[in-house]
Design a protein around this ligand. Structure first.
Ligand code: FCB
Length: 477
């Protein structure tokens, strides 16, 4: 007899030879405002830290900026039609803070809000569930000038902004993500300086991480009070962290990086405390004096769901004199207090970002969050890969990207079979876009964008994904 309280075994979800996902599984794609919208100085929008950063000398590859990006601001109805053609059930987008609240405080900008109202109406009109992210890294520049995320007041400004967006869109948007990947905002923005605002100070990065979470908690409280029916969560980018060998030094390196990359956010948000070992690792960087009484209660305000972005795994080793590989976000300054840890490459296939392709890591990550932290519904709010694409006779046959999606969806399915309450999956990204410090040189889209003509071409992966959505599953291998 099947015990209805026990999680379904993989076989229960299989119909025939196919891998079928549970009914109602939310299939989507994701984007972010600064990466696609363009129209940087239109409709009352003022600069964010990403405008300032990308316009500064030498910060992005070839000096690329998001001034025009995919011109989505002007092409939005066509882009929503494209989503409908692909059969998307859900679309995760972010709201540009400086578009709807220029300067980051005070009254709403009606013209900016109008863009998102029209977007939401277009989506709903085509049967696509809007999934709104409040903060995907575009802090209004005046808030950075006042101290940015290392300053406590920024958390309060964020809660006000959340309230403002909630008031405008809460009647039609059910799913809300407060922050996208606070690790990147804190440790790339204020630690390594690879991302806006480009500052490099370990203590500031740690403070920024705390105030981001504080802003998240305050925003959840504000939205919960005004929109009791909203489904609220945040999105963290998580990595399995594996020691390069079974030596104690490598095990300690893995513990440290897991602390900074994963537990720094998971523990306060889902357990209401910072890990003791993380505090000890950071002792030379900060005394945590920025954490005030009551903060952790706010930060751990109950949620309805957790969003997880998954791309790759970290393999790490303890220090070896004279060796400290530095690559993009793995630069030692990303890891305050653990600068000596080495990131090891194993020689397995990588994407165009040089990120190792590791689908089993997705199962590990989802199972870990469920086992160690929460019974809440989980969503993969981003997963995808950059590869070099070629347009041949008007087609883009992106076999590598398609294989990446396929292997990670099989992993997602296996996680469900193992009892993880995974309720949806958002491919990153709907279309090629401004990949932050890499500008337009890295393509993650299922839809190809010609940045001169702004023509969109659905790649093979997009057509394949449409079929996955249609059958709510994957063909047998
Ligand atoms: C994530 C970001 C997203 C995109 C992908 C490739 O870290 O959330 O905006 O850049 O990586």
């Amino acid at each position: 007899m099947i015990d209805p309280t026990s999680p379904p075994a993989v076989g229960v979800l299989d119909q025939g030879a196919e891998l079928t996902f549970p009914p109602g599984f939310r299939w989507g794609a994701a984007t972010a405002a600064y990466q696609i919208e363009g129209a940087a100085a239109e409709g009352g929008r003022t600069p964010s830290i990403w405008d300032t950063f990308s316009h500064a000398e030498g910060r992005t590859v070839a000096g690329h900026t998001g001034d025009v990006a995919c011109d989505h601001y002007h092409r939005m109805p066509d882009d929503v039609r494209l989503m409908a053609d692909l059969g998307l059930k859900s679309y995760r987008f972010s709201v540009s803070w400086p578009r709807v609240q220029p300067g980051g405080s005070g009254a709403a900008n009606a013209e900016g809000l109008d863009f998102y109202q029209r977007l939401v109406d277009e989506l709903l009109g085509r049967g696509i569930e809007p999934w709104l992210t409040l903060y995907h890294w575009d802090l209004p520049q005046p808030l950075e000038d006042a101290g940015g995320w290392p300053a406590r007041d920024t958390a309060a400004r964020f809660a006000d902004y959340a309230q403002l967006v909630g008031d405008a869109l809460g009647d039609r948007v059910r799913y809300w993500t407060t922050l996208n990947e606070p690790w990147c905002s804190a440790f790339l923005g204020y630690g390594s300086g690879a991302h806006a605002p480009g500052r490099s100070d370990g203590a500031d990065a740690v403070r920024a991480g705390h105030h981001l979470m504080l802003g998240h908690g305050l925003a959840v409280q504000a939205l919960r009070a005004s929109r009791p029916d909203a489904r609220l969560g945040l999105t963290v980018n998580l990595y399995p962290v594996t020691p390069a060998s079974d030596s104690p030094a490598d095990a300690d390196a893995a513990r440290r990086i897991d602390g900074l990359a994963n537990r720094f956010f998971l523990d306060p948000v889902l357990r209401g405390s910072y890990p003791t070992d993380l505090r000890a690792d950071l002792a030379s960087v900060t005394d945590f004096g920025h954490v005030r009484d009551g903060d952790l209660e706010i930060i751990s305000t109950p949620l309805d769901l957790v969003g997880i972005n998954y791309y790759s795994r970290h393999v790490v080793a303890g220090p070896v004199e004279g060796e400290a590989p530095q690559a993009y976000w793995r630069a030692p300054t990303c890891w305050p207090g653990s600068e000596e840890v080495r990131f090891v490459t194993r020689g397995v296939p990588v994407t165009d970002m040089n990120w190792e392709i590791d689908a089993p890591g997705l199962v590990e990550t989802l199972e870990r969050v469920h086992r160690e932290y929460t019974d809440l519904p989980l969503y993969v709010t981003e997963n995808g890969s950059a590869f070099v694409d070629a347009v041949v006779d008007g087609r883009v046959d992106d076999v590598d990207r398609l294989a990446y999606f396929d292997s990670h969806l099989r992993a997602a399915h296996a996680a469900i079979g193992a009892g993880v309450p995974l309720r949806g999956y958002f491919a990153w990204s709907l279309m090629d876009n401004f990949e932050w410090a890499w500008g337009y040189t890295k393509r993650f889209g299922m839809v190809h964008v010609d940045y001169d003509s702004q023509a969109r071409i659905p790649k093979s992966s997009a057509r394949w994904y449409a079929e996955v959505i249609r059958r709510n599953g994957l063909a047998a291998q």
